[in-house]
Design a protein around this ligand. Structure first.
Ligand SMILES: Cc1cc2nc3c(=O)[nH]c(=O)nc-3n(C[C@H](O)[C@H](O)[C@H](O)COP(=O)(O)OP(=O)(O)OC[C@H]3O[C@@H](n4cnc5c(N)ncnc54)[C@H](O)[C@@H]3O)c2cc1C
Ligand code: SF4
Length: 331
């Protein structure tokens, strides 16, 4: 185990300044991903700054305009159990409950969850096979290797990894915002722009800079929130990352969809919005599988499966269909 020192902070400004000034400092919240990455020698920070004492960052706030502010230090289990989240945004509660295990959810924070790194086995292998995300310029072992779990959308020759967070898929579907405190004050980043595609710099999962601290996720009031569902398809029923997953949030009138918000996990380097399908779905009856299927298919014309994961193209479309029907039944 790489040796490191640890201090605690209860001051946001001091935390941001310290992190900005020293590239060897890493923030630590629950530690459930960071410590694994240190053990696997993916990252070797010399100092961990424990942010769990930062004030006001563990709450779920139901704001007057119907939006929700989820503190970055709120634990996954607490957010999943929150009555307002369960009633108004079941897709968020389900995205959290289908993730990891009870013990992990008790430790893991929302900020840490959306910052977790890919589960690509080559990336996490402490024998360090070629991996551009871990060691830029070394190559991508998954591109022509074992890539069953990897991307079918938006990948590059440099990296074909997927983003592993479940709740991030729900946040993307709901057009949430990530509230970040940095050296120049606070800013709001649309969730769909928070994570990036690999391009030629897969070592960067997102656009955060040194010092940047996630303080909250804000979820706007959405009519679709109540009739929403998170469907996760995985190799075993618990304690497993998604092969494909779907966040679906809809409104419907007389059995016909009025609007749909759709995002997928397990298919790209970031939560993947199904923009074309969202545009094709209004007016389609929730019970008409054929019409639903053809609307969904409009978002798969640019799917580019790898040698090991062509099955995901069909599996993903079936999952979207099921998720829409479950969400539609709640409308
Ligand atoms: C066995 C196992 C199974 C899992 N299964 C799933 C699953 O099915 N679905 C799923 O979604 N997740 C899963 N996870 C991942 C788990 O949810 C994450 O490890 C957890 O959410 C990370 O939160 P944390 O507070 O422990 O983060 P930490 O490990 O403390 O931090 C993770 C990263 O985030 C950074 N960070 C933390 N907080 C902030 C902040 N506020 N601002 C800026 N940077 C910050 C840290 O510096 C670090 O780089 C699994 C994990 C394990 C170990
Ligand atoms: S897919 Fe990305 S993370 Fe996996 S080996 Fe290739 S470069 Fe590394």
């Amino acid at each position: 185990m790489h040796p490191f020192t640890l201090t605690k902070t209860d001051d946001v400004t001091e935390a941001v300044q310290a992190h900005a000034a020293d590239a060897h400092i890493a923030y630590i919240a629950g530690g459930t991903d960071l410590l694994g990455l240190i053990k696997d020698r993916v990252t070797q920070p010399g100092h961990l700054l424990d942010i769990n004492g930062l004030p006001g960052m563990s709450r779920v706030e139901d704001l007057a305009d119907g939006s929700l502010r989820i503190g970055a230090l709120a634990r996954m289990s607490d957010v999943a159990a929150d009555a307002v989240v369960r009633e108004r945004f079941p897709v968020i509660a389900e995205g959290l409950l289908f993730a990891a295990s009870g013990q992990l959810r008790n430790m893991a924070s929302i900020g840490g969850n959306i910052m977790q790194r890919t589960r690509c086995a080559y990336f996490r292998d402490d024998d360090a096979p070629p991996c551009n995300k871990r060691d830029p310029g070394s190559g991508c072992s998954a591109l022509h290797g074992v890539n069953r779990n990897h991307a079918i959308f938006g990948w590059s020759e440099e990296c074909v990894a997927t983003h592993p967070s479940d709740v991030a898929v729900a946040f993307a579907a709901l057009d949430a915002n990530v509230i970040v405190r940095g050296r120049d004050g606070e800013r709001s980043i649309p969730f769909t722009e928070f994570h990036r595609l690999p391009g030629d710099a897969p070592e960067h999962d997102n656009g955060l800079r040194r010092g940047d601290l996630i303080v909250a996720i804000e979820v706007p009031a959405r009519a679709e929130g109540r009739a929403s569902h998170y469907l996760k398809v995985r190799d075993r029923q618990s304690y497993e990352f998604a092969l494909v997953s779907v966040a679906a949030a809809v409104t419907a009138d007389g059995g016909r969809l009025r609007s749909a918000r759709l995002a997928m996990g397990g298919v790209a380097h970031k939560p993947w919005r199904l923009i074309a399908a969202e545009a094709a779905l209004p007016g389609v009856p929730v019970y008409d599988d054929e019409a639903l299927r053809s609307a969904i298919a409009t978002s798969f014309t640019d799917a580019r499966p790898l040698a090991g994961n062509a099955f995901k193209v069909e599996l993903a479309q079936r999952a979207v269909l099921r998720a829409i029907k479950t969400a539609g039944a709640r409308a």
